[in-house]
Design a protein around this ligand. Sequence first.
Ligand code: FCB
Length: 482
Amino acid sequence: MSVEALPSPVLAGSPAAFPAGFVWGAATAAYQIEGAVAEGGRTPSIWDTFSRIPGKVDNGDTGDTALEHYHRYREDVALMASLGLGAYRFSLAWPRIVPGGRGPVNEIGLDFYDRLVDELLAAGVDPVATLYHWDLPQQLEDEGGWTNRATAERFAEYAAVAAARLGDRVSLWTTLNEPWCSAFLGYGNGIHAPGRTSPVEALTAHHHLLLAHGLGTAALRSELPSDAQVALTLNLAAVRTLTDDPADAEAARRIDGLANRIFLDPVFHGRYPADVLADTAHVTDWSFVRDGDLAEISRPIDALGINYYTPTVVAADDPDNPAVRQDGHAGDISPWPADRGVRFLPAEGGRTAMGWPVDADGLYELLIRLRDDLPGVPLMVTENGAAYDDHPDENGEVHDPERIAYLHGHLDAVRRAIADGTPVNGYFVWSLLDNFEWAFGYGKRFGIVRVDFEDQRRIPKDSARWYAEVMRTGRLPEEAGH
Ligand code: FCB
C-alpha cells in the first residue's frame, strides 16, 4: 500500500466522494485485544503490572484475556474481510517478540504476527504495523523505562527484528503510537503505565521516545525494502481559545508547544522549540538531549499519522474565570509538565461516553494546520472514533446512531480538508472491536463491532454496516444513517 502525496484533490465526481486510492481502515492495539499474556513466551509488559495495581484500572480489569484475539485472529480477519476493510492497523507486542526487552528473539511470538499478516493478505486486507502501542517490556521499565536512554536503543533492535521478519509483506510501518500519552500520562500524571508522576521524568521520557522513533526509523529502513514506508502517529491537539484575549492566546501558545510543537519541531525540523525549552526551564535543563540526537529524530519519514478525538480548549488561569478544570483524563495531577497559567475548559457539544465533546471541526482545523505547517508531508488519520454505552436489543442487534453520526461528521471533516488541499491519504476508525480501554478497562466501548466479553461473541454494530458501505462506495451518504 502506498501513501504517496496526492498531487491535487482528485475527487471522483461528487463532493461527498473521497479520492481514488484513499485507504479505508480500522485500528486496534496488541494489549487491548490479544489476551494470552502468559502464552507463547510473552513476558509481562508495563500494562500487565500497572493493571494489577488496585485502583489503576476501572473495575480491576486487565488485558489477561481481553478479546482472545491471539487465538481468534482468524475469525477477526474474516470479520474484517466481510466488512470490506481495506487496511488493518494493529500493533506488535514487544514482549512477545523480544521477551525481556533485549536479547534472544522469541520465534513463537514472531510466528503469531507472521500468521496474522498472511491471513490479512489472503483476505485482501493491507496490514499496517505499529511497533509500540504502550506495552513496554516490564524488564526495561525495571531498568528505568523511557527515562533510560538505553531503552531507545533496545527499541531499535526490536524494530529491526520485526522488520526483518515481516517487512517482505508489511509495507507501512509506524514506530510509535501517541508518544505524548506514553510520556505525559505514563510519567507525568501517572494515569497510564508505568504510573510515575514526575514532570522531569515525563520530559526525559518524551525525548527518549523521540530518540527511539529516530533510531527505530533507521533500523526499519535497514531491513525493509526501499519502497516500504515509515510513519509516526501523534495525538496532536487542536488547541482553541474562547476569546482573542492575549492572556488566552498565551495559554494556547504554551499548550500548543507542549502538545504539538514539542513533537513536530524535532521530528520535522531537527530542533526543540525555544519557547517550550523556556517554559520548562524550571523543570529541566534538557541535558538529556545529546549531540546528534536531533539529527536521528529528524530522519525523513514517509507519512504522519494523526489520532484525533476531541479538541483542547484553553484559557488563562485567572481566578475570576468560572470555568472548571477539565483535562479530558481524570486525575488530580496534571499530565502537562509545565502548564502554569493554563486552564482547560470543556468544549461545547455533545459528549461521548468518555465525556469527550464531539467536535469534528477540530479535526478539520488540525489537518489544515498540518497542510500549512508541513507542506508535502502525507497525512493519515490513524485513529478516530467514539465510545458510547451501546447494548444489544432483544434481537441481539446493536443500534449505535450516535457513533454513526460521530464518524459521519469526522469523515466529512477529512473530506473537507482534502477538498481544501490537504494530502490526507487514509482513515482508520478506532476501533474495529470493543476492547480494553486502558485505565477505563472494558467499560468504554469504542468498537464498530461489539464484543461480548463473557462469551467472546463479535456482533457488528449498525456503525460497522454503515462504515462498510462508506468503504465500498468511497463516499459519504448525504446524512448520517442513510
Ligand atoms: C488513543 C489510543 C487508543 C485508544 C483511543 C481511545 O489515545 O491510542 O489505544 O485507547 O485513544
